[in-house]
Design a protein around this ligand. Structure first.
Ligand SMILES: Nc1nc2c(ncn2[C@@H]2O[C@H](COP(=O)(O)OP(=O)(O)OP(=O)(O)O)[C@@H](O)[C@H]2O)c(=O)[nH]1
Ligand SMILES: [Mg+2]
Length: 279
């Protein structure tokens, strides 16, 4: 039986193997991906981005708890931003989400950005496809919104959540341009800290001044304290509201089309790079 067939039958080890082959850019990975492709497109993809240490993984951990209570299966892709010298974050994410790793309904995969020259988006997309084919209801992609690649990854999720924390310098001004535009939902995490209300006010004002969105969606803002699980229900409710709105409009189709186009460009880009490097 091929890896693809095993994955479609629910074999978790086969899924892990294919993900490893994707990481290693094994030639067979593309063939297997082609086979699972027709079985994808059912998962609800949520992107979570924000500065390092803002509490993304903790938020993911707590939202997964809610999804699991609703008996939804979940895939998590943690795109790890560590430099080759530290290598700590993967371990951190593992520990933070560890309680879910013993749950059959949750599949966690970390993806290192190091050594992934230009191929980060492609690898992430491929891994999402595998989880989608595995039948995961929800796929969460966590990434630090630093590079364009990472912003793109989150932007192509069905729902993009941007995590901010109070008390980081000039607050709104300090937030990387480009990240505000992609947020369908904002989580002001560590909201027990001073400055949470001010940040919320500034964010609201900035969003109000922004040009009207094509999809006619008004971004929602939630205050959360992930560590204690505060505000998580509201956040999840916000995600569902966004999904409903997306599904009800023709923007869903358009988003899928954009996503497919972008996935194609990522493949083209990485194939070209590989060809150039090999020659
Ligand atoms: N005070 C406070 N600390 C929090 C809160 N949420 C998360 N933390 C802590 O913040 C630290 C970073 O949390 P993570 O969830 O690892 O943050 P992250 O954004 O995933 O970090 P990276 O993946 O390394 O970018 C941890 O020590 C958490 O326990 C919160 O609401 N309040
Ligand atoms: Mg993290």
């Amino acid at each position: 039986m091929s890896l693809a067939e095993e994955i479609l039958r629910g074999d978790i080890r086969a899924a892990s193997r294919l993900m490893r082959d994707i990481d290693d850019r094994m030639p067979n990975a593309m063939e297997e991906l082609k086979k699972i492709y027709p079985k994808t497109g059912n998962a609800y993809i949520i992107g979570i981005t924000g500065p390092p240490g803002s509490g993304k993984s903790t938020l993911v951990d707590k939202t997964v708890e809610i999804f699991r209570k609703e008996e939804k299966t979940v895939g998590i892709v943690a795109v790890d931003p560590t430099s080759p010298f530290t290598g700590g974050a993967i371990l951190g994410d593992r520990i933070r989400m560890q309680r879910h790793s013993i749950d059959d309904g949750v599949f966690i995969r970390s993806l290192a950005t190091r050594g992934n020259l230009g191929g980060l988006s492609r690898s992430t997309n491929d891994i999402i496809k595998v989880m989608d084919a595995m039948g995961k209801d929800i796929i969460i992609v966590e990434t630090v919104g630093v590079g364009q690649d990472e912003v793109d990854i989150v932007n192509t999720a069905h729902t993009s959540v941007v995590v901010l924390v109070p008390g980081q310098g000039d607050d709104i001004q300090a937030i990387k341009a480009g990240i505000l535009e992609i947020g369908d939902i904002f989580a002001i995490n560590k909201c027990e800290r001073e400055g949470a209300d001010r940040l919320e006010g500034e964010l609201r004002a900035t969003l109000e001044m922004s040009p009207k969105r094509e999809d006619d969606w008004t971004p929602l803002i939630f205050k959360t304290e992930a560590l204690l699980g505060k505000g998580i229900f509201e956040l999840v409710y916000g995600m569902y509201r966004h999904r409903e709105k997306l599904m009800a409009s023709d923007h869903f189709e358009r988003k899928i089309l954009e996503r497919t186009k972008w996935e194609f460009l990522c493949i083209l880009d990485s194939e070209l790079r590989d060809t150039i490097v090999e020659s």
